[in-house]
Design a protein around this ligand. Structure first.
Ligand code: SF4
Length: 267
């Protein structure tokens, strides 16, 4: 099978919104961004092996996020049946809330959108929590957290802190002092927190990234570690059998966690 031809006249679909997920696709592999978001190519290769284990992990992650959303709407956890592994996850979820709280107000599963240039950037937060003049976006992870430098480089950290800083104060109708993103693993109990800092140059980095997408030739990545997790392996002639295990994949964020992240591209 020959390589696919990139059509330079095909742009982003009408109404396309950028998000941490599709931006991460571009950073990991421009070709994946083209196939998934411009061509809307369906290519149902399994992401990891064994596939059954991966699907079970996906279902457990979705159930956990549903239970937590209902709990934040006021339904007691004791009224929601929770079989393993959710029972352990929910215990750690309560421990995290006790550590991070108490909060003045919370919002579950809330999305903000923000303009950057002519583009819309969307961030969907698992939980937003107000504590005095600090707004905390909490992202629940049902797997082990990557190391802090890796999390710091992830597009999720960049996008969430940018959108939170742009929109939270306006949403609340009051000034805020601190904008925080907290990753909390309910599998391991780990917590990693990042505060918004103007020195990080969020606007410039995101603007550069969006410009790169607009002028990209959508080449395949040279870093074939990303292909191990990718559904387009066959199409790209980068293998037909997955070589990644479910615990190497971030079920909640839909992004892979390569074991060796030393060479990860930074924005
Ligand atoms: S298989 Fe590899 S080269 Fe092809 S889209 Fe996926 S990550 Fe990119």
């Amino acid at each position: 099978m020959g390589d696919i031809k990139i059509d330079p006249h095909m742009g982003l679909p009408a109404g396309f919104h950028f998000s941490q997920s599709n931006l991460q696709d571009f950073v990991d592999c421009p070709r994946r961004f083209y196939l998934r978001h411009i061509l809307n190519q369906q290519w149902p290769a399994p992401t990891t092996e064994p596939q059954r284990e991966f699907e079970q992990a996906m279902q457990n992650g979705e159930r956990f996020h549903r239970v937590v959303e209902r709990h934040q709407l006021g339904i007691p956890l004791s009224l929601m049946s929770a079989l393993s592994p959710l029972d352990g996850w929910l215990t750690r979820y309560e421990q995290h809330l006790a550590t991070l709280g108490p909060f003045d107000q919370v919002w579950a599963e809330i999305a903000f959108s923000s303009l950057i240039g002519n583009h819309t950037l969307v961030a969907k937060f698992d939980l937003l929590a107000l504590k005095g003049n600090t707004i905390i976006a909490i992202d629940w992870k049902t797997g082990k957290l990557p190391q802090r430098p890796t999390l710091q480089r992830r597009l999720q950290t960049l996008v969430y802190l940018y959108v939170l800083h742009q929109e939270a104060s306006r949403y609340l109708g009051k000034p805020l002092d601190t904008y925080t993103l907290t990753y909390a693993s309910v599998a391991t109990g780990e917590i990693q927190t990042f505060d918004y800092s103007p020195s990080e140059g969020y606007t410039g980095r995101l603007t550069t990234l969006l410009n790169n997408i607009q002028h990209s030739a959508f080449q395949k990545t040279d870093d074939q570690r990303h292909c191990r997790f990718c559904a387009y392996r066959s199409l790209c002639e980068r293998g037909t059998t997955p070589t990644a295990l479910p615990d190497e994949y971030d079920i909640d964020g839909d992004w892979a966690i390569p074991r060796d992240t030393e060479n990860e591209v930074e924005f």
